[in-house]
Write a protein that binds this ligand. Structure first.
Ligand code: NAD
Length: 476
C-alpha cells in the first residue's frame, strides 16, 4: 500500500511545508537494489577498554570494501589496520556546516571488553563526537557480550547497560539510521551478522539485540548467492510478506517451494512463475497447495518435500487475524487463529523433524509480530499465537542444536501489506509513524531479515527474535 505522506514530504514542496510547520520528515530508506553497491564509504571505530574484535572487524571491512577511521577511544585500531594493509586514519569530529560527503556510513563500537559501569564512559566519548557524522540511512553497530555469560556481576551489569545506549541511539539518530547491538560469544563468527546489519538489507531493523554463539560457520563461496543449492519452504507465499520472502530467497540462490491455500492458488502460481521469469537460470520453483491447518497437512507437505529431496529452510509465514476484544470474540475466531498461526506450525515441524525431511544444518524461521511481544487491543488470539511462536523458538533451540538446525523468529511491526491496508485509517497512520523511521516497513524488509537468518553464515544465530519494526514504540 502507498504511503502518500512519505511521498509528499520527499517532494520539494512537501519538504518545505513539513519543515515550516514542524511535521515529521521520514526519508525514503536506502534498500538493496540490483546493481547498486551494497557497501562502501567509511566506518568510524570506537571502543571501550580491551576490545577483542578489531581483527575480525578489519578483515570484514576490508572484504566489503569499507575504509575506516579510528576515534581517540580506539587508537589501538590503527596498528591493527596497518598490519592488514588497510587504509585508516584518525576520526575528526564533523564541524558544523561540513559538506555531506565528509560523513561516515557506519559507527562501530567494540564494547566487548567493558567489565564495569565506569567504563561505559567510552560510549559517551565516541557517540558524542561521532553521531552527527553519520550519513542518512547510515548504520550504528555496538558489539558486546551476552550479560548472562559474564562471570562478574559488574560485567553483567555493564553489558546489560549497552541495550539502553543502543536503543536510545536508534531513537536519536533519525534520517533512516539504524542502531543495533550484537552480543558476541568469545570466538563467534561476526561476519554474517555484520554484513547484514551494515547493509541496506537491514533498512527497517533497528533497536535490536542479536546474540551470536560459537557454532562453526561455513562462509558462502559467493556472498550474493549464499543460498545456492538450498531448498526452502515458505508458507503463505501467494502474496504479501510471503511472496517477498519467496523472491528474496530465489534472488539469493534458493529453490523455493511456495505453499498457500487452495483459494489462493492463482496468486501462488503467479508468484512462483514470476520467480522463474526473474531468475531463469534457476529453472522452475514449486507451488504447493495446502491448508496448513488441515489434519492431513503435515503428511501432505512432508511427502511433497521428500519428493524433491528434502528441505534446508522452513519459513512459517502463513498467518491470519480475526480481531475482536475477548468478550466479543467467537470461539471459532480464537481456535482458527491459534491453529493456523501456532499449532499447525508445531505439527508440521514435528513431522518434518521426525522424518528427517528438514536436513541437518537446516533453518526454521517463524514469523511472530510485535503484537506477540506487546499485546494488542482486539488481538488476544493473534497476540497469544504470536507470543507462542516466540516460545516455540526458545523451547526448540536446545533439542535442535545437536542436528545443527537453528530456529529463530522475526517479529514484524507495521508492514505495508493487504493485512495492514484493512486497518482503519487513523490507527493505520499511527502504526506507520510510531517508530524511529516514521514510516511503515515493506514486505522486502521482513524477507531480507529472514534470508539473513536462513543463510549458512548465520549458523551461530539461534533462539533470537529479531523485530523488523523500524524500532516501533510498541513493545520492547
Ligand atoms: N503485515 C504486517 O504488518 C504484519 C505484522 C506482523 C506480523 N505479520 C505476519 O506476517 C505474516 C504474513 O503477513 P501478510 O501481511 O503478508 O499477510 P497476508 O494476509 O497478506 O498473507 C498471508 C498469506 O498466508 C496465507 N494463509 C493463510 N492461512 C493459511 C493456511 N491455513 N494455510 C496456508 N496458507 C495460509 C494466505 O492465503 C496469504 O497468502 C503473517 O504471519 C502475519 O501475521 C504481518
Amino acid at each position: 500500500m502507498k504511503d502518500r505522506y512519505l511521498d509528499f514530504v520527499n517532494s520539494p514542496f512537501g519538504a518545505s511545508v513539513a519543515r515550516s510547520i514542524g511535521l515529521p520528515q521520514p526519508i525514503v530508506l536506502r534498500r538493496h537494489a540490483q546493481g547498486r553497491p551494497e557497501f562502501g564509504g567509511i566506518a568510524a571505530i570506537g571502543a571501550g577498554p580491551s576490545p577483542t574484535l578489531f581483527e575480525p572487524l578489519i578483515t570484514l571491512l576490508t572484504s566489503i570494501g569499507m575504509t575506516s577511521v579510528a576515534h581517540e577511544s580506539a587508537l589501538g585500531w590503527l596498528p591493527v589496520a596497518a598490519r592488514h594493509g588497510a587504509m585508516s586514519g584518525r576520526f575528526e569530529p564533523r564541524s558544523p556546516g561540513a559538506a555531506p560527503n565528509d560523513r561516515v556510513q557506519a559507527l562501530i563500537f567494540d564494547a566487548t571488553g567493558i567489565t564495569d559501569s565506569t567504563q561505559l564512559h567510552a560510549l559517551y566519548s565516541f557517540f558524542h563526537d561521532a553521531i552527527r557524522s553519520v550519513a542518512k540511512s547510515g548504520r550504528i553497530v555496538v558489539l558486546g557480550r551476552q550479560p548472562q555469560s559474564c562471570t562478574s556481576p559488574r560485567a553483567w551489569t555493564a553489558q546489560r547497560a549497552l541495550e539502553g545506549m543502543t536503543r536510545s541511539l536508534g531513537k536519536e539518530a533519525r534520517g533512516g539510521i539504524s542502531s543495533n547491538l550484537v552480543q558476541v560469544e568469545p570466538g563467534a563468527d561476526i561476519e554474517g551478522a555484520l554484513r547484514f546489519l551494515l547493509s541496506p538489507r537491514s533498512a527497517y531493523v533497528s533497536g535490536q539485540i542479536v546474540h551470536i554463539d560459537t557454532t562453526p560457520v561455513t562462509q558462502p563461496a559467493d556472498w550474493n548467492q549464499p543460498l545456492a543449492g538450498k531448498r526452502a519452504l515458505v508458507t503463505g507465499a501467494a502474496r504479501g510478506i510471503g511472496a517477498a520472502i519467496a523472491q528474496v530467497l530465489a534472488d539469493r540462490g534458493a529453490h523455493v517451494i511456495g505453499l498457500d491455500v487452495p483459494q489462493a492458488q492463482d496468486a501462488l502460481d503467479q508468484t512462483m512463475l514470476a520467480l522463474e521469469d526473474a531468475w531463469p537460470s534457476q529453472g522452475a520453483h514449486t507451488a504447493l497447495v495446502a491448508d496448513i491447518a488441515a489434519p492431513e497437512a503435515p503428511e501432505t507437505i512432508a511427502a511433497a518435500l521428500l519428493a524433491v529431496g528434502g528441505i534446508d529452510i522452513v519459513v512459517h509465514n502463513a498467518g491470519i487475524t480475526r480481531d475482536k476484544t475477548i468478550a466479543k470474540m467467537t470461539e471459532a475466531a480464537w481456535d482458527s487463529v491459534i491453529d493456523v498461526n501456532l499449532s499447525a506450525q508445531e505439527r508440521i515441524d514435528d513431522l518434518l523433524l521426525d522424518q528427517n525431511v528438514l536436513h541437518a544444518g537446516g533453518r526454521i524461521i517463524g514469523v511472530s509480530s510485535i503484537s506477540g511481544i506487546a499485546g494488542n487491543l482486539g488481538q488476544t488470539n493473534y497476540a497469544t499465537s504470536k507470543a507462542g511462536v516466540i516460545g516455540r523458538v526458545q523451547s526448540m533451540v536446545e533439542p535442535l542444536r545437536a542436528r545443527g538446525i537453528t530456529i529463530n523468529a522475526v517479529a514484524p511491526g507495521f508492514i505495508e501489506t493487504q493485512m495492514t491496508a484493512r486497518i482503519p485509517l487513523g490507527l493505520r497512520e499511527a502504526g506507520r509513524r510510531m517508530n524511529s523511521m516514521s514510516q511503515g516497513g515493506q514486505p522486502v524488509d521482513v524477507a531480507e531479515t529472514i534470508v539473513w537468518l536462513a543463510s549458512p553464515a548465520s549458523a551461530g544465530i539461534t533462539g533470537n527474535v529479531v523485530r523488523v519494526c523500524g524500532q516501533s514504540l510498541i513493545g520492547a
